[in-house]
Design a protein around this ligand. Structure first.
Ligand SMILES: Nc1ncnc2c1ncn2[C@@H]1O[C@H](COP(=O)(O)OP(=O)(O)OP(=O)(O)O)[C@@H](O)[C@H]1O
Length: 856
């Protein structure tokens, strides 16, 4: 018999004995030494009827055992024969239930009375009773909450978390399950029932906006006007360190490291000897090594499909072959447009390179083919989802397109040059010779620009990017506790990575020196200094500013951490140090392992997955329901993450089930023919132009942005402008042309609505344009996700390979991209639109049910 079953049987027998005696009219008894103490506890000083304990056992029996079970058990256990099970069962059952209910009611009232007056003290006592009583104490607290908040809409699973008082708790829950809601109600509840003050709590959020929202909601929604203490880790560290005299190297405590990047950029330019210039050139010239063999096949495939190569000019292209062409053109002074749109009917065709050679219009087009047409073995392009035959047919169509073009436009001839993987097979030098011959065949002589000129331009174009990469390198190295020398001594990386690591270490060394010389500290230093100071002062640290209520680290009662899945080494060290000196500080962490998306800033899921290891004796709680989104969105989110460990979510929101809609952006037609366009034309607002020297010219050739604006406009117009909240999400801030920030994108989108703008209640408040990363914790009725294309979702940035000495792995990056997509799609309450391009669909789209729609 399993030990579980044995313990149940024992419980039944014990209850049976009590039942027997209760029926015999005896006062209930319990042969345990603890009894008086327990009764004392429940009664809060008063002695309660012993029957309460006994009755809870009887109730257990009545609820858990059938008559047959009992008879069997009695027989097998050699229980006194005078016990007549039938008599007990039928004659006294109802009477006993009534009695039990009545006594339970009294008991509950007493417990509630104590909880009401002194929740924490009572809780400390009662929590020990769990297991001895008929039902769990946590459930009893849920009843208490409901009695004191009769009109609450909160679910029992949420109330359990709200009333939980464990020393360390991790609340695990998926998107939209009400984690933030629990935090707010927990503080509110404890203020009302545990006699705590707003300043007894500190909430740590992962960005400034989230901290501000919690603070505002606590003040306005929950009515605790003096609640101030919701902040980011960096703000906490700042308040601990109070770095008088030292200047802090950041703009805000929001992970925005613009000032740090600026400093690194200045170091890059001030130390620019010839050797460094050469190294920078070498870095941008080298292509990323294929990590085949170092990665599992699946990860390698994902990397190949989803990575770009950066070029000497500073843009990104899709393959190594394209990079070689781009660099060749750059080194030989050709300016090119990458993936310019040429129309095939209403559909766009985007050959990789369009050039103007000795002409004022694009007259040379270069294609790079990813198959070997002549090889006997018909290998399909390695990645791209097309068979050899499909690819070949497409090549033929494209060739025909240029033939037709030249026949139809004899005065605007296009030279169509083709190179392929066959030409690339013998390496870069041989490939460049072939390109030279191609140009010679159309009578264009090519000449390499001077070294000086090339170095100057590459350094100028590449420095901003390199500065960002070095900043990232420095920050990762610091978080990993590695000094420049440690890194240089570790295993030598390969080629491009080697050039980068050498360069980055040089800058890192200089960066540390400059910080010392200029008395500066950065984000990472700040957290380290904070931990040291808590140690030195043994936690006796005041956090407050003039107008705020006093908050001292050692007097805090509850530390609440939101988005705990993004916890990192420096955060853990700081929390551990604070608790060292305030050991009774309760820790309540909430998070979702499916939403861990901050690996790039050093967060590590180990703190979430092994919570009990880091906080021994911890209590783990779960929320299963999703209250935000309509059922289909919840189910598609679950489906997308099906291979990830952990429970999925159950839809609870009462909204109409609707399909997820997918749109091809390249099927949106925007009128751009001058003869049809005038200010009143409906498409006019979607186009973008700039005026230079009095001349108006389009900045959106191919109307790539116009299509996005038009589709967003059309989709948003399906909903009420008065009260709908819209969220437009992009993988990164960069869009295109003049819309290099999402703020600018929003300004333009606003203009697209023309006179219809008046129908919005407040366009700026109702429409949010942001990145998938920044959308975490937010929600909207309607979400439009842009660019659900290859190389965007997922963006497995090839640069990640450059940080492998610091433990960064492509496979981990890919997982993080999946989680980012999950975050993005689960922001939607009612409607989710996914915008993609035909032929460029993200592989993520295959993993959810999204249906293709189109506007006419
Ligand atoms: N019991 C409930 N009944 C109805 N709505 C609820 C309930 N709990 C939370 N909500 C609502 O569900 C939505 C999601 O809640 P909340 O933002 O707290 O979830 P979350 O777990 O923090 O989400 P995420 O992790 O995705 O940021 C909010 O609109 C909130 O008001």
């Amino acid at each position: 018999m399993s030990s579980y079953k044995a313990s149940i049987n024992q419980k039944i027998l014990r209850a049976l004995k009590s039942l027997d005696q209760a029926v015999a009219g005896m006062d209930g008894f319990m042969d345990t030494k603890e009894t008086p103490a327990i009764l004392q506890m429940i009664g809060g000083g008063k002695q309660l009827s012993k029957n309460i304990i006994v009755n809870s056992e009887i109730q257990y029996l009545l609820e858990n055992a059938s008559r047959e079970d009992i008879a069997l058990l009695v027989k097998s256990s050699g229980y006194p024969e005078y016990l007549n099970v039938d008599r007990l069962w039928y004659k006294y059952r109802d009477q006993l239930i009534k009695q039990v209910k009545q006594e339970e009611f009294q008991y509950k009232n007493l417990v509630f009375l104590n909880l009401k007056h002194e929740f924490l003290a009572a809780d400390a006592q009662y929590s020990k009773l769990d297991g001895l009583l008929g039902r769990s104490y946590a459930e009893l607290k849920v009843d208490f909450f409901k009695q004191t908040n009769p009109i609450t809409k909160l679910h029992s699973e949420q109330i359990k978390a709200i009333t939980d008082c464990s020393h360390s708790t991790l609340l695990r829950a998926r998107a939209g399950s009400g984690k933030t809601t629990v935090i707010k109600h927990k503080i509110d509840f404890m203020i009302r029932h545990a006699g705590l003050l707003p300043e007894d709590f500190m909430v740590l959020a992962f960005n400034k906006a989230a901290a501000k929202k919690i603070k505002n909601d606590m003040q306005q929604e929950m009515g605790h006007s003096t609640f101030e203490n919701a902040r980011t880790f960096h703000s906490l560290a700042y308040r601990i360190v109070k770095p008088n005299g030292k200047k802090i190297l950041f703009d805000c405590d929001d992970g925005n490291n613009a000032k740090q990047t600026e400093l690194v950029a200045s170091l890059l330019s001030e130390k620019l000897d010839d050797e460094l210039k050469q190294q920078i050139y070498q870095f941008f010239h080298a292509e990323l090594e294929s990590p085949k063999g170092l990665l599992a096949q699946k990860d390698y495939d994902a990397l190949k499909i989803n990575t770009n190569q950066s070029t000497l000019k500073g843009d990104t292209v899709k393959s190594q072959g394209e990079k070689w062409i781009a660099d060749f053109l750059f080194e030989h002074g050709f300016s090119y447009s990458y993936e310019r749109c040429w129309y095939q009917g209403k559909k766009g065709y985007y050959p990789p390179f369009s050039l103007m050679v000795g002409s004022d219009y694009h007259n040379v087009v270069i294609e790079y083919w990813e198959i070997d047409e002549k090889a006997p073995v018909r290998n399909a392009p390695e990645y791209g989802g097309k068979s050899w035959e499909q690819y070949r047919n497409e090549m033929q169509r494209k060739r025909q397109y240029w033939k037709n073009w030249n026949q139809q436009k004899p005065r605007r001839q296009i030279f169509f040059l083709e190179v392929s993987i066959t030409d690339a097979a013998k390496g870069r030098i041989s490939f460049e010779q072939i390109l030279k011959k191609q140009f010679a065949s159309i009578s264009v002589q090519v000449k390499r620009r001077s070294n000086d000129q090339l170095l100057k331009e590459v350094v100028k174009n590449g420095s901003p990017k390199l500065a960002k990469m070095c900043t990232q390198f420095i920050s990762r190295a610091k978080k990993a506790g590695k000094a420049p020398n440690d890194i240089q001594q570790s295993v030598a990386p390969k080629d491009k990575e080697k050039v980068f690591v050498r360069l980055a270490c040089k800058i890192y060394q200089r960066y540390c020196q400059v910080l010392l010389e200029r008395n500066l500290i950065d984000f990472d230093d700040l957290l380290e200094l904070a931990t040291k100071k808590v140690n030195e002062k043994q936690g006796e640290i005041e956090l407050t500013e003039a107008h705020e209520p006093d908050v001292s680290l050692n007097q805090l009662i509850w530390l609440i951490i939101d988005e705990y899945q993004d916890f990192s080494v420096p955060f853990f060290n700081l929390v551990k140090e604070i608790r060292q000196h305030n050991p009774s500080l309760r820790l309540f962490c909430v998070g979702d392992s499916w939403q861990a998306i901050n690996g790039f800033s050093g967060s590590n899921l180990k703190y979430f997955n092994s919570f009990e290891q880091y906080f021994p004796g911890a209590n783990l709680l779960d929320l299963q329901n999703n209250y935000r989104s309509q059922a289909n969105i919840v189910e598609q989110g679950n489906k997308f993450m099906v291979l990830e460990p952990g429970a999925s979510s159950v839809a609870k929101a009462e909204q109409v089930r609707q399909p997820i809609q997918k749109y091809y952006i390249n099927r949106v037609y925007v009128e751009q023919r001058k003869e049809f366009l005038h200010e009143k034309h409906p498409d006019y607002h979607f186009l973008s132009s700039e005026t230079k020297n009095g001349q108006k010219r389009s900045i959106d050739s191919g109307c790539n942005m116009a299509r996005i604006f038009k589709l967003c406009y059309q989709l948003m117009s399906q909903h009420s402008f008065i009260d709908t909240q819209f969220m437009i999400l992009a993988r990164s801030n960069y869009q295109a042309y003049g819309y290099e920030t999402l703020a600018k994108f929003k300004q333009k989108l606003k203009k697209c609505f023309g006179h219809k703008l008046q129908y919005f209640n407040d366009f700026d408040a109702q429409v949010e344009c942001t990145t998938a990363h920044r959308s975490k914790g937010k929600e909207a009725d309607v979400v439009i996700l842009l660019n659900v294309n290859k190389k965007h979702f997922p963006t497995v940035h090839p640069d990640n390979q450059l940080y492998s000495v610091l433990g960064v792995r492509c496979s981990l990056t890919f997982k993080e991209e999946e989680r980012l997509f999950y975050v993005a799609i689960t922001r939607a309450k009612q409607k989710l639109y996914l915008l993609t391009e035909e032929g460029q669909e993200s592989e993520f789209l295959d993993r959810i049910d999204a249906y293709l729609y189109q506007f006419n």
